[in-house]
Design a protein around this ligand. Structure first.
Ligand SMILES: N[C@@H](CCC(=O)N[C@@H](CS)C(=O)NCC(=O)O)C(=O)O
Length: 229
């Protein structure tokens, strides 16, 4: 068996891995792991691939690997990909936290899980997102074409997949941020618009998802609460 990627495109690190593999023509077997089903990623079978029971995860023969950045680096080293992809700065912890919270507080809790989110909490989440978006534009992007310089790198891939979580939540991420907006266009063009659209289809439609079945909700809740601290 060749390279297998365990992914759910609702997940931002999974989208980064998916886009990277597709864009670079890396052959892989997609192993879909539907997080919203509340079961597959918690199974013992999946724990053999990733004992942390999270996606993305990679299996290459007997070798298994978790953590999107480690997976991206593994793919960068194993396959011949253009040099420009190699990251110079993958610092994105703050961005991940606020984009994730934006999606969960604005959409996933109220629409999917039927849980109310207080206006105060939502306002705090969106305020934190604003601060991080501004920092991304002013401190990281500045006047460069891409986050690390004139060429697209893994840093752009990781950042855009985070930002699209907030877009999926209905946040106006690029409005009033002309530099970030043109950066998005450049990133999208560099990835290819069709691949970009395909990878983000799930998150852009998640607002319209049906409420979770109560049993699935019960299974998901502990993991969700641990993730959205
Ligand atoms: N730091 C990890 C994050 C992995 C992660 O949190 N994955 C989430 C989806 S975005 C997941 O599998 N959650 C399921 C759970 O926690 O039960 C990475 O970048 O790969």
């Amino acid at each position: 068996m060749g390279l297998e990627l365990y992914l759910d495109l609702l997940s931002q690190p999974c989208r980064a891995v998916y886009i990277f593999a597709k864009k670079n023509g890396i052959p892989f077997q997609l192993r879909p792991v539907e997080l919203r089903q509340g079961g597959p990623h918690l199974s013992e079978a999946f724990a053999q691939v990733n004992p942390l029971k999270k996606v993305p995860a990679l299996k290459d023969g007997d070798f298994t690997l978790a953590e999107s950045v480690a997976i991206l680096l593994y793919l960068t080293h194993k396959y011949k990909v253009p040099d420009h992809w190699y990251p110079q700065d993958l610092q994105h912890t703050a961005l991940r936290r606020s984009c994730l919270r934006a999606l969960w507080h604005k959409v996933m809790f109220p629409v999917f899980l039927g849980e109310l989110v207080s206006p105060e909490l939502l306002a705090a989440t969106l305020a934190e997102l604003e601060v991080n978006l501004q920092a991304l534009e002013d401190k990281f992007l500045q006047n460069k074409a891409f986050l690390a310089g004139p060429h697209i790198t893994l840093a752009d891939l990781v950042a855009i997949t985070e930002l699209m979580h907030a877009v999926g939540a209905g946040c106006q991420v690029f409005e009033g941020r002309p530099k970030l907006a043109t950066w998005r266009q450049r990133v999208e063009a560099a990835m290819g618009e069709d691949l970009f659209r395909e990878a983000h289809e799930v998150v852009l439609k998640v607002k319209d998802s049906a409420p979770a079945d109560p049993t699935i909700k019960q299974k998901l809740m502990p993991g969700v609460l641990a993730m959205i601290r």
